[in-house]
Design a protein around this ligand. Structure first.
Ligand code: DAK
Length: 262
């Protein structure tokens, strides 16, 4: 569809932001297309998503500066809301999302990567929050998510200086999980996605919710969230299959029961 492609193979879906002439910058059309693609993901048949950008140069080079330059306050707020809604959808989607960062991840590009669960980067990836150089603050969650991922001091340094950082530095500070040569990036993302998809989907989904929701509250409340989501797995077909597979007699060839997402 439009500026965003979606392909699914087995349980893994790949979302590609496809506006390479503008280095996949996010204008309101891209954001609307992305929202429509996310809304259409069938969580009964999808167990992991990969988000990437078209081309070899850029993941997402930020929000569209041309479109933003003439916004009024009210329009700026409306644009910010579209972006924030899409980013929150990705973050709270009951399916893990791996960002495969194949180049520039600046401003809104860094922010959308941080809305994903796991970040894998190509060696040419460049990260940064250049907003203060443009006269604005990071507005798609950058001030919040970056501080949570890399810590307050590093986030403030990156945001106040607007310096870009390379993939190896992003790895060192924990902004990305791993760095690969560009030509290996998608295969590595696919391999990780396939591994995630091979596990019990309800359990994976509940882990995502427990981690995300638990980080918003104090430890006592977080443990209650965990207990609830732990309990929620019991009596599912997948819990029975997972434990049954483990307990099945090992001396005989017993057929492993696959996870059904039930
Ligand atoms: N917006 C629009 N077009 C962009 C773009 C962007 N962010 N980034 C690149 N392009 C376009 C360029 O204009 C150029 O278009 P043509 O001239 O060919 O038509 C094409 O992509 C290729 O770019 P370059 O020719 O510049 O390529 P280079 O290799 O020389 O440089 C670069 C690559 C990524 C270093 C450079 O393009 C660059 O600095 N781009 C801007 C990066 C940036 O500052 N990104 C952050 C944008 S600010 C809000 C919420 C969130 C936000 C805002 C508001 N609210 C709550 C309201 C988010 C803000 C941002 O993300």
């Amino acid at each position: 569809m439009g500026f965003v492609n979606y392909e699914q193979e087995g349980y893994v879906g790949v979302i590609t932001i496809n506006r390479p002439k503008a280095l996949n910058a996010l204008n309101s059309e891209v954001l609307k297309d992305l929202e429509a693609v996310i809304d259409a993901v069938d969580i009964d048949t999808t167990r992991c998503l990969i988000l990437t950008g078209a081309g070899e140069k850029s993941f997402v080079a930020g929000a569209d500066i041309g479109e933003m330059s003439s916004l009024t306050k009210a329009e700026g707020e409306a644009f910010g809301k579209i972006g924030n809604d899409v980013f929150r959808k990705l973050e709270t989607l009951p399916v893990p999302v791996i960002a495969a960062i194949n180049g520039f991840a600046l401003g809104g590009g860094c922010e959308i990567a941080m809305s994903c669960d796991i970040r894998l980067a190509a060696e040419n990836a460049i990260f940064g929050q250049p907003e203060v150089g443009l006269g604005i603050t990071p507005g798609f969650g950058g001030t919040q998510r970056l501080a949570r991922i890399v810590g307050v001091g590093k986030a403030k340094e990156i945001i106040y200086t607007a310096f870009n950082i390379k993939a190896d530095e992003a790895l060192r500070i924990g902004l990305v999980n791993a760095v690969y040569p560009q030509e290996e990036l998608m295969a590595k993302a696919q391999k990780m996605a396939a591994k995630i998809a091979s596990n019990a989907p309800i359990a994976v989904r509940n882990c995502k919710k427990a981690i995300n929701d638990g980080l918003q509250v104090d430890m006592d409340a977080a443990i209650v969230i965990e207990e609830k989501l732990f309990g929620d797995c019991f009596e599912t077909e997948d819990q029975k299959a997972g434990m049954g597979n483990f307990l099945a007699p090992r001396d005989k060839k017993v057929k492993v029961v696959p996870f059904q997402n039930k």
